[in-house]
Design a protein around this ligand. Structure first.
Ligand code: F6P
Length: 346
C-alpha cells in the first residue's frame, strides 16, 4: 500500500544488528509464519550496545525500525530512539508489544498473552485429572511469570479448577496459622483433592530457585513428616510448551491490528512510540510512558478479588493480619459509648 520495496529482518534480537546477514521479509517468506510458534527471526537476551546498533541502522540506510518484544525489549527501543534523536537521524522507531507475560504497562494486553493463557488450561486440566484420580491428590502447575502473575491469574480464573494461585505480587507463607499448608489441609479434608498454580516468581526475592519444585518438596515434607498424612502430589511444569505454541485466533487478529497500526503510525511520521490498544482503542504510546514501570497484577484490584473468590483461597497476608488484630484486641473491653469523632463526623 505504501510502495515499500525492501523489508529486512534482524536475526537474533539486538545482537543481530552487529552481524552482516539479514533475513529478507518478502510476502512469500512471511506468508505462513502466523501458523507457527517461535520466531523466524530468532531471539536472544541482552546484547544491547546502543552506539553499535544505531551505527548499524545508519550504515544500512534503514529508515523505519520495528522492534518486537516484551518489557526489556521496549526499554531497549526507547534507548535507541533517544540516540537516533540525538544524532538527528530521519529514522522512525516503533515498539510492538509481544510477550506472554503481559508485563507491558498502559496497553490492554500484549500479543501472545491470550494464547499462553489458553494453553495453560491444558496443564491445569491435566493436574486436575491427576489430582481427582488419587486420594488426597494435589496437582501443582508452574507457569511463567518472573515478575508478574498475569498468566497464572487468568489461567486460574479461566479454568475454575484451581484452588490456590500464587503470584509474585502477593506474598504468602507456608507454615502456621493462615498459611498455605493449613489451607491445603483444609481443602483436602473438604474436597479430597486440590490444584495449585504457582507463577515462576511467586515468593522469590533475589534468589532464583525453581519455585514449582521447591513448593512441591515442601508440601511433601510437611505432610509426610509433620502431619503424617498421606498425599499424592503430581508436579507439572509446562513452561516452554506454553510459550512455544502457535498463537490462537484472538492473538492472530490482535497481531494483524498491531502490525497495521504500527506501519500507519510510522508512515504518518510518528516515532518513539509503542503501539497497542488502550481501553480497546489502538493508540500510539510514547516510550517514556511504557518504560516508566512494569505492568503487575494489582492485588487491590477487582480482578484479584475475583480470583480469590473463585479459588476460595485466603489472601494469605490479610488472614495473618486479621488474626493478629483479633488476637491483639481479645482482652480489650468493647467501647460502651460513641466517641466524639463518631458522633460528630466532620
Ligand atoms: O520473558 C518471558 C518469560 O516468559 C519470563 O516470564 C520467563 O522468566 C522467561 O521468559 C524465561 O525464558 P528463558 O528461559 O528463555 O529466559
Amino acid at each position: 500500500m505504501y510502495g515499500v520495496t525492501r523489508v529486512m529482518g534482524i536475526d537474533g534480537g539486538y545482537r543481530g544488528f552487529y552481524s552482516k546477514n539479514t533475513i529478507p521479509l518478502t510476502p512469500k517468506v512471511v506468508n505462513d509464519i502466523h501458523k507457527r510458534g517461535g520466531t523466524i527471526l530468532g531471539s536472544s537476551r541482552g546484547g544491547h550496545v546502543t552506539k553499535k546498533i544505531v551505527d548499524s541502522i545508519q550504515d544500512r540506510g534503514i529508515n523505519q525500525v520495528y522492534i518486537i518484544g516484551g518489557d526489556g525489549t521496549q526499554k531497549g527501543a526507547s534507548v535507541l530512539f533517544e540516540e537516533i534523536t540525538r544524532r538527528g537521524l530521519n529514522v522512525a522507531v516503533v515498539g510492538i508489544p509481544k510477550t506472554i507475560d503481559n508485563d507491558i504497562p498502559v496497553i490492554d494486553k500484549s500479543f501472545g498473552f491470550d494464547s499462553a493463557v489458553e494453553e495453560a488450561q491444558r496443564a491445569i486440566n491435566a493436574a486436575h485429572v491427576e489430582a481427582t484420580s488419587f486420594e488426597n491428590g494435589i496437582g501443582v502447575v508452574k507457569l511463567m511469570g518472573r515478575n508478574s502473575g498475569f498468566i497464572a491469574m487468568y489461567a486460574s480464573l479461566a479454568s475454575r479448577d484451581v484452588d490456590c494461585c500464587l503470584i509474585p505480587e502477593s506474598d504468602y507463607y507456608l507454615e502456621g496459622r493462615g498459611g498455605v499448608f493449613e489451607y491445603i489441609e483444609q481443602r483436602l479434608k473438604e474436597n479430597g483433592h486440590m490444584v495449585i498454580v504457582v507463577a515462576e516468581g511467586a515468593g522469590q526475592d533475589d534468589e532464583q530457585v525453581d519455585v514449582g519444585l521447591w513448593i512441591s518438596k515442601k508440601i511433601k515434607e510437611h505432610f509426610s513428616k509433620e502431619k503424617k498424612m498421606m498425599i499424592n502430589l503430581k508436579y507439572i511444569d509446562p513452561t516452554y510448551m506454553i510459550r512455544a505454541i502457535a498463537s490462537n485466533a484472538s492473538d492472530n487478529v490482535y497481531c494483524t491490528l498491531l502490525a497495521q497500526s504500527a506501519v500507519h503510525g510510522a508512515m504518518a511520521g510518528y516515532t518513539g512510540f509503542t503501539v497497542g490498544p488502550v481501553n480497546n482503542t489502538h493508540a500510539y504510546i510514547p516510550f517514556d510512558r511504557i518504560t516508566e514501570k512494569q505492568n503487575k497484577v494489582d492485588i487491590t484490584d477487582m480482578m484479584w478479588a475475583q480470583l480469590l473468590s473463585s479459588t476460595n483461597q485466603p489472601s494469605f497476608l490479610s488472614t495473618t493480619r486479621s488474626a493478629d488484630i483479633i488476637e491483639a484486641n481479645k482482652d480489650e473491653e468493647p467501647p460502651t459509648q460513641l466517641s466524639d469523632e463518631e458522633t460528630n463526623p466532620c
